[in-house]
Ligand binder design. Structure first.
Ligand SMILES: [Zn+2]
Length: 113
């Protein structure tokens, strides 16, 4: 599952950070996830729960900030929110490849002690 490897790599970073700060518990992980990052929220939470079991993050909360998708049409300089997976400009109906935001998938911060 895609989400497991994402969580695994984020936890690797989190464990390293906690260790370098001399912390022995992770309380919260703050993630920023784009609407078109291809990640399923439930799967992300499920992966998080199973990957943190028996670790210093077993009690940690997964906080996700969702970023909505925004595309840009170079033809008429319009920014718009795409629907589904088709990025068609609502004004000129051209397809665009320019995505301004919505693909984020990052660990923003974490709370440890
Ligand atoms: Zn357009």
């Amino acid at each position: 599952m895609h989400e497991v490897s994402i969580i695994q790599s984020m936890l690797d970073i989190a464990f390293n950070q906690a260790e370098s700060q001399g912390a022995n518990q992770i309380h919260q992980l703050n993630l920023r996830v784009g609407a078109i990052s291809g990640v399923v929220p439930e799967a992300l939470q499920f992966a998080f729960d199973s990957c943190t079991e028996g670790t210093i993050a077993s009690e940690a909360k997964l906080e996700i900030e969702w970023v909505k998708a925004i595309c840009y049409c170079p033809q008429c300089h319009a920014e718009f929110t795409p629907h589904d997976w088709v990025y068609v400009c609502p004004r000129c109906e051209r397809l665009t490849h320019e995505i301004r935001q919505g693909r984020e998938l990052q660990l923003v911060s974490l709370e440890v002690s």
